[in-house]
Design a protein around this ligand. Structure first.
Ligand SMILES: [Zn+2]
Length: 295
């Protein structure tokens, strides 16, 4: 079965209470022939011992307001189904559903969540796409990772995605070329390197002997300002080594308004807007989860 089964936009999830312990045959006996509302497609059934089962039901017809249930498919039998209350969670967002399922009911196949507005939804076999997000720190959290997290909080139309930080610090980059003085791209980032003095390219300081911690664009600017190249350490996340099998989102100093796919990664501009990051996440989803569909 495909992982990350969630109901589609019109969820049609109803909750029913039954007395007595839930068993598969008992559930069928209880439900077959009973009337269900026109838009009900899934039933969360809870018993008085707070056990939960998740069912897909088919009705005789979807036309009248209510119609008898004619078939019952158990998506989550009582032993493999959890009910989680998470009042802060938007249950329409697959990434949120997967995060809550894995953190609050780890190892459980079918997780029903009662979230914001009292809405109830579910996820079966949560297995979010782990997306490596390549960035440099500081700032902490790095901008691209923070943008991805903020977008996933409201992404109703994307498969479950779990961003995984793949960051490198300026300190570590500096240690590749030990020097007494470093030139960094931008003073606003508040970056410093322990045991060395730091100057910032965007402040166009008087030329000194330094090692540039920068990207291709910084090297171009250095050439423009000083008429020569400095010794430098490449910091562009795009240039970092990566495993092409690992879904990766990265950024590049040389991209200004395009999103590219290259070297096993989706690449956004260095200063990508939220809208560009959203488009990049859509590309990630099409590329790595092309068959995912809500049911
Ligand atoms: Zn670059």
């Amino acid at each position: 079965m495909t992982p990350n089964l969630v109901p589609s936009a019109y969820r049609g999830v109803a909750v029913a209470r039954v007395r007595g312990p839930l068993t598969e045959s008992g559930l069928r006996r209880f439900l077959l022939g009973r009337e269900a509302y026109r838009r009900t497609r899934f039933l969360v059934v809870r018993d008085d011992g707070d056990r939960t089962a998740l069912l897909r039901v088919v009705k005789e017809s979807d036309e009248p307001l209510f119609s008898p249930i004619v078939s019952v498919e158990v998506l989550g039998p009582p032993g493999e189904c959890a009910f989680v209350r998470a009042p802060e969670a938007d249950t329409a967002v697959p990434s949120t559903m997967a995060r809550i399922a894995l953190s609050r009911a780890p190892g459980v196949r079918a997780v029903v969540v009662e979230g914001r507005y009292g809405h109830v939804s579910f996820i079966v076999d949560p297995e979010p796409l782990r997306l490596a997000v390549q960035e440099i720190v500081p700032p902490e959290p790095p901008k691209l990772l923070d943008q991805v997290r903020r977008l996933l909080e409201v992404a109703e139309d994307l498969p479950p995605i779990e961003p995984v930080a793949d960051t490198v610090g300026f300190q570590a980059l500096a240690s590749r070329a030990p020097a007494a003085r470093y030139l960094l791209p931008c003073g606003g980032s508040g970056v410093s390197v322990a045991g060395a003095s730091t100057l910032y390219l965007d402040q166009r300081p008087e030329f000194q002997e330094w090692t540039l911690l920068g990207c291709a664009r910084s090297r171009e600017i250095h050439q423009w300002f000083y008429g020569m190249q400095a010794e430098s350490v490449e910091i562009c996340p795009r240039s970092r080594a990566r495993d092409p099998r690992v879904p990766t989102l990265t950024k590049c100093c040389l991209l200004e308004d395009r999103i590219e796919q290259a070297d096993g990664a989706v690449v956004v501009p260095w200063g990508a807007t939220l809208e560009q990051v959203r488009e990049a996440l859509r590309i990630v989803a099409r590329r790595w989860e092309p068959s995912w569909r809500p049911v």
